[in-house]
Design a protein around this ligand. Structure first.
Ligand SMILES: C[S@@+](CC[C@H](N)C(=O)[O-])C[C@H]1O[C@@H](n2cnc3c(N)ncnc32)[C@H](O)[C@@H]1O
Length: 282
């Protein structure tokens, strides 16, 4: 039987969550006169952004191609609703643009660019990744010799960035990245998407609950400590606005695990503090 067309109704998403607002009010970090602006900012859509793989030998050629084939022609349109992608100042070879989905669909160059980005993302020459998600790996100051735990790694956009940063100063780094996820199927994504795109001898994927991460023993059978721990447990489903609160970097911050119904008024029952369970060297 043919499926009826328009058998559903799309309603505008109401970006209101009193528990979330109360949580922030209780923190008293936003001055009252900036509250409305803060909430309004959280409600804004995130820009579309993408990052070209730094290890890609042809990255300059790819950037030149993007500039000539898409960015310059988009600027030449002189249309106020169309914003050609611009460099993100704090990330190498990353670009972002503020445009609604309907604008992207409305213009042939933008449609082509969108398709191009999807294909390049599939091939692995670039990652379609939110700009906010690009920040935590940069703050970790990754060095080639570091032992790093990416505690909640899948689907692996930050894992990929960490691998790139490890290889930035040395093509044969001595360090090791342990990319972990509690979800077995999402570990499969890490192996078959991230590591396929970014083959490296310096990353292993493991599948365990990060709140009970076992000690890693060194060659002398003594526990080894991580130089860096990235814990990106919070999923967008927990929040009412995508990107309003995403990556949490540890050590020093407590993070809640595994709740589908976040309670912003009190700490989650299953919290981990990698500092207190002895994962980090600090
Ligand atoms: C926000 S996503 C991580 C995104 C990822 N860091 C990236 O940049 O692509 C959160 C991940 O945490 C995982 N997760 C949730 N609870 C966990 C736990 N207790 N231990 C390990 N992983 C967990 C989820 O399966 C999910 O894949």
């Amino acid at each position: 039987m043919e499926k009826p067309k328009n058998s559903y109704r799309l309603e505008k998403f109401n970006k209101v969550n009193e528990q979330f607002f109360n949580y922030y009010r209780l923190q008293e970090i936003i001055p009252p006169n900036e509250w409305d602006m803060f909430i309004q900012t959280l409600r804004e859509d995130l820009p579309s952004s993408f990052r070209i793989q730094n290890c890609l030998p042809e990255k300059e050629t790819l950037i030149q191609y993007l500039e000539e084939k898409y960015f310059a022609p988009l600027r030449d349109l002189n249309d106020e609703s169309i914003h050609a992608p611009e460099s993100i100042p704090f990330v190498e070879n990353a670009f972002q643009t503020n445009m609604s989905r309907s604008t992207v669909r409305s213009h042939p160059i933008l449609r082509d660019l969108h398709e191009f980005l999807i294909n390049e993302n599939t091939i692995g020459t670039m990652s379609r990744q939110e700009a906010v998600s690009m920040v935590p790996p940069l703050l970790l100051d990754i060095q080639p010799q570091h032992l790093i735990l990416d505690a909640c790694a899948s689907p692996g956009s930050k894992t990929m960035q960490i691998i790139e940063l490890m290889h930035k100063k040395s093509s044969h780094p001595d360090g090791l990245l342990i990319a972990n996820d509690v979800d077995y199927n999402r570990c499969y994504l890490l192996v078959h998407q991230t590591l396929k795109r970014m083959p490296t001898a310096n990353c292993v994927v493991v599948n365990t609950d990060a709140s009970q991460f076992p000690s890693v023993l060194g060659p002398d059978s003594k526990p080894m400590f991580f130089d860096r721990v990235l814990c990106d447990v919070i999923c967008s489903e927990c929040f009412f606005v995508n990107g309003s609160l995403r990556a949490v970097m540890v050590p020093k911050i407590e993070v809640g695990f595994g709740t589908s119904e976040p309670n912003f008024d009190r700490p989650e029952p299953t919290q981990i503090h990698p500092g207190t369970i002895g994962l980090d060297r600090a």
